[in-house]
Design a protein around this ligand. Structure first.
Ligand code: C2E
Ligand code: MG
Ligand code: MG
Length: 561
């Protein structure tokens, strides 16, 4: 038996090390070792099982805190079933050749060991809390870890001068598609780790979810980290041989110095606003927060708040912009363009369409427009007017809607409008629209006799694949693609324009040139064999009654030149 004074001293020290003082691994290990030697133990082992089922299958974790390496036999075995049904088993071993111990000594060991087991399981619980509370299911640090970090350095008065960021990886859906989801996961992890390493101990990066991250970094590592944000080759296979460039849209807030955070919003709001601005930019990269962005944010909120009621109140009006055949000068069609009529003010689409495109509000507006167009066409037919095809803009946000085709047909058929009078304009200005979805929608409309147009060709990512592999009816060429004049025949953009028009006409596409404002432009187009134009030269987008007047007239007199 261990001397009772000595036992009491162990007991006190053990309680102090495990329950009173801040955890210190060294003094804990030292005490355990000393106790095991005093009690002449050979080994001490603990096992953890999350459930009895896992215990019966032997799936768990085990720790050995002491082992003198000698042959041993079981001396004491304690099994604790916790309230959560986790099981903790502790086993103490004596050396094989030692004789039996008295009951009192076993009782002493039992008490000390239960304290140790209680402590170890509590530490394990803390590890689990850390894991579940501060990491997400994929093992990335989560927002709570970020909040805790901010709290700590704020308290230490060290936030001033740091740089907070929000990043959203660009086109990550496309990356996944290109290299496969499993490799996409590896790339994501490697990107996060690369940033984590570059940020080092003076900052943090955590995942908000998906491909979105937030963090804080020190100015000393700004260059390196911003370089990674702007596009960096990242390995995506186990060996690290294959790499893909990953770019982020980064919203950054340079914290003033000194800086005292009162709520997380002081930082989060700013990096989110800057992040949204970064995301809207075509090329990604880093956008630094500026107070002006707050105003933009307020505008966004206002449009989003007012939209629903405006839709119900029919505040959106359809303006019709004629398309004209330049040879015959006959009205060849029209495009329906939306205007928000707010009292006396006529709000142009650029002030609200991009905002409605941030969520799926735009889809409701597009259907509203289609519905109004169909209603107008129906009335014109009933009134015996000669009608021409009207094109309606549909945002690419619709493309993932598997039911889109039916919804369009339902509206058109509801007004009994012959399908050939309706044309749907779709753009492909970003790479996140899948070719497959676009093709499915266009082919479906085609089968139903509804026309389709690729809008804004020549802007952004438009490619020749887009027109050769998808059976469009119409190619709408953006004004920026049209040569200013016909003087420099060797000019590369002139040549490109000529060849794209030739190719499009070759494969049977109708070409509509947008934004024609002058006679000179008209001449260039004529010489390039284009026949249909839409632009201020003939007419601006017109309110209903003005357009009806054009519809009745059907022709544009020569004097218009
Ligand atoms: P878009 O579909 O490319 O429409 C053509 C735009 O060019 C119109 O701008 C039109 O007014 C403008 N435009 C036409 N001729 C000329 C010209 O000679 N010179 C110049 N400088 N501009 C000309 P608008 O009406 O401001 O519409 C802008 C964009 O907003 C549209 O571009 C379209 O992408 C979008 N949009 C408009 N209405 C709707 C809608 O109902 N739904 C959706 N999803 N988008 C819409
Ligand atoms: Mg359009
Ligand atoms: Mg256009």
């Amino acid at each position: 038996m261990v001397d009772s004074e000595r036992y009491k001293s162990f007991l006190e020290r053990l309680i102090r090390v495990t329950h009173v003082e801040p955890y210190n691994r060294e003094s804990y290990v030292e005490l355990i070792k000393e106790m095991c030697e005093e009690f002449r133990l050979a080994k001490g082992v603990t096992h953890f099982y999350q459930t009895p089922m896992m215990e019966s299958r032997g799936i768990g974790e085990s720790y050995c805190d002491f082992d003198n390496g000698k042959a041993d036999k079981i001396l004491l075995n304690i099994r604790i079933l916790t309230k959560t049904k986790a099981i903790i088993i502790g086993t103490l071993y004596a050396e094989t050749d030692e004789c039996d111990r008295d009951e009192e000594e076993i009782a002493q060991l039992d008490t000390l060991f239960r304290i140790i087991l209680g402590f170890v399981s509590r530490r394990r619980l803390l590890d689990m809390i850390e894991k579940f509370g501060f990491y997400d299911l994929d093992g990335y640090r989560n927002f709570r870890a970020f909040a805790r970090y901010l709290d700590i350095i704020n308290m230490e008065n060290k936030l001033g001068g740091k740089i907070a960021f929000h990043i959203d990886l660009r086109n990550f859906t496309m990356v996944n598609r290109e290299i496969g989801r499993a490799n996409g996961d590896i790339a994501l992890r490697n990107y996060y780790e690369m940033l984590g390493e570059s940020i080092g101990d003076e900052g943090i990066i955590v995942r908000l979810g998906g491909d979105k991250f937030v963090g804080v970094l020190d100015r000393s590592v700004k260059r390196k980290v911003f370089e990674i944000f702007s596009g960096y080759p990242i390995a995506y296979d186990e060996t690290g041989d294959k790499k893909i460039v990953i770019t982020a849209s980064a919203g950054v807030y340079m914290l003033p110095d000194p800086f005292m955070m009162k709520s997380y919003g002081d930082i989060m709001d700013k990096i989110m606003i800057a992040g949204e601005t970064a995301k809207r930019q075509a090329s990604g990269g880093v956008i630094i927060y500026d107070d002006k962005m707050k105003v933009a944010k307020a505008q966004i909120k206002q449009v989003q708040n007012e939209f629903r009621a405006a839709l119900v109140n029919e505040e959106f009006a359809v303006y019709y912009q004629p398309k004209v055949d330049i040879e015959s000068r006959k009205l060849a069609g029209a495009e329906a363009l939306c205007r928000w009529i707010k009292g006396k003010e006529i709000v142009p689409p650029l002030n609200f369409i991009p905002i409605l495109e941030m969520n799926t509000d735009i889809c409701d507006l597009d259907f509203y427009m289609l519905e109004h167009v169909c209603r107008d066409i129906r009335r014109w037919i009933d009134e015996g007017r000669e009608v021409v095809r009207v094109s309606v803009n549909f945002s690419r946000k619709h493309l993932v809607d598997i039911d889109l085709l039916n919804k369009i047909i339902n509206v058109v058929d509801k007004y009994n409008v012959p399908h050939e009078y309706i044309e749907i304009e779709l753009t492909e200005t970003t790479t996140d629209v899948t070719f497959k979805d676009l093709k499915r929608v266009v082919c479906g409309l085609q089968e139903q006799g509804i026309w389709t147009a690729v809008d804004d060709f020549g802007v952004g990512y438009s490619s020749l694949n887009l027109i050769s592999e998808i059976p469009w009816n119409v190619l709408k060429v953006d004004k920026s693609f049209v040569p200013k004049n016909n003087e420099d025949q060797d000019d590369i953009s002139n040549k490109m324009f000529k060849h794209v028009i030739m190719l499009a006409q070759d494969i049977g596409l109708e070409c509509v040139i947008e934004g024609v404002e002058s006679v000179d432009q008209l001449d260039v187009l004529r010489q390039n064999g284009c026949n249909i134009v839409q632009g201020y030269f003939f007419d601006r987008p017109l309110p209903l009654t003005d357009y009806e007047e054009r519809l009745d007239r059907q022709y544009y007199p020569e004097s218009g030149d």
